[in-house]
Design a binder for this molecule. Sequence first.
Ligand code: ATP
Length: 451
Amino acid sequence: MPKILIIEDDTAFCQMLSRFLTKNGFAITTSYNLHNASEKLKHTKFDVILSDVRLPEGDGLDLLLRIKSEFPETQVIMMTGYAEVKTAVNAMKKGAFDYIAKPFTPEEILNIINKALKAGDTSSNEKVQKSASHKKKETTSTKPQFVAGISESSQQMQQYIELVAPTSMSVLLVGESGTGKEVTARMIHDRSHRRNQKFVAVDCGAIPKEIATSEFFGHLKGSFTGAIEDKMGHFEAANGGTLFLDEIGNLSYENQVQLLRALQERKIKRVGSTHEVSVDVRIISATNENLEEAVEEGRFREDLYHRINEFSITIPPLRARIEDLLQFATSFLEDATKELGRNVTQVADEAKEVLLHYSWPGNLRELKNVMKRAVLFTEGETLKSEALPQKLKNHLKSELKGTDFSKETYEKERILKALKQVNFNKSKAAKLLQITRKTLYNKINQYQLDV
Ligand SMILES: Nc1ncnc2c1ncn2[C@@H]1O[C@H](COP(=O)(O)OP(=O)(O)OP(=O)(O)O)[C@@H](O)[C@H]1O
């Protein structure tokens, strides 16, 4: 459950906001002043901090600077009055994620919190599934850019997306964690005729089995202990739009049966109700495990597998499309520079070298985090390898261990490695090495490489 700290001296408003966010699935801590907030920060690492700009003993901006230097991954949203927009913009330059002007609607605050959680790629990495938060909103200056990639596999993926998006086929996205399955699902939604309807993302792995039925199909007040009010499920919330079922392999067998029934009949019943509701949703599912194997082992229903897999797209891990790395790194650098109000414009060659030699088990998510952290540590315009985590640098060092460090041997190794990575395609290798094709051919001759 994402942890949020609210710092607000208007106690009644603070309590109201706290109750509302608690109801919406967040773990809330409140502070009415800066001193108390500082104490809370000593004991808990928050995913998001919602702070008033003006507080009794000083301004929220001082606290913001401290938070950003001590807890760079915590996203700070400043709450302002209408007249304080200038201060809020100033806060964004100092690293606040965004600001929200009071009074705001429940939907606005949920929307901004969800964006902050996504931007922070918080450690808990929970997905918030409140339907209100999935309403589409116009692009903000901090919206991350979509990168298509230049590798063959990325280009093919792009073609598949274009091909399947306008249809109503159900799509199964297969890929390791952090490869961009959710981003791809959104892309498919955005290119379909459902683009003006909702995109509802559900992390099936995070829903306890006992409440999954009510989460998917909703419930009526009083239908079970704890059902204190009527609740709409994800199917109804996504009606007319797209339902993204992440980690679908984690659904219990019983939930798989219920899901299959809903997909076949295109009708659902809320828990406690006898009334059937017709639903029209397009299903996009994602998995990081081999579902065919799960079917063979009897852990996943074969009929459901075929239902959700009318078209499947495999998203390769970053290490298998290393030609894309610098394009992603540059885009993440631009996003982070905007978000953190910095002026980093380029990556030094030695830092690129470190990035290209790492294996990226956490894929794009890991790269994004590394770039954001590095931007934070960079004072000038050039991101150098000092700003990168030691783990990455050790990787490069251990790869080079044992080789002799004469420039020529090193260069030869690099060229061979790049060629191998792209299956000996010289244009691609030149791109990867950031040299022209002509230079690459000269080097191949110079080192008499048999390629
Ligand atoms: N094509 C892309 N362009 C720009 N950013 C991307 C792209 N693909 C993924 N990302 C970024 O990488 C991170 C991980 O992406 P995403 O959440 O879609 O991965 P995932 O495969 O769904 O992960 P998980 O399996 O852990 O849920 C996100 O921060 C996302 O913004």
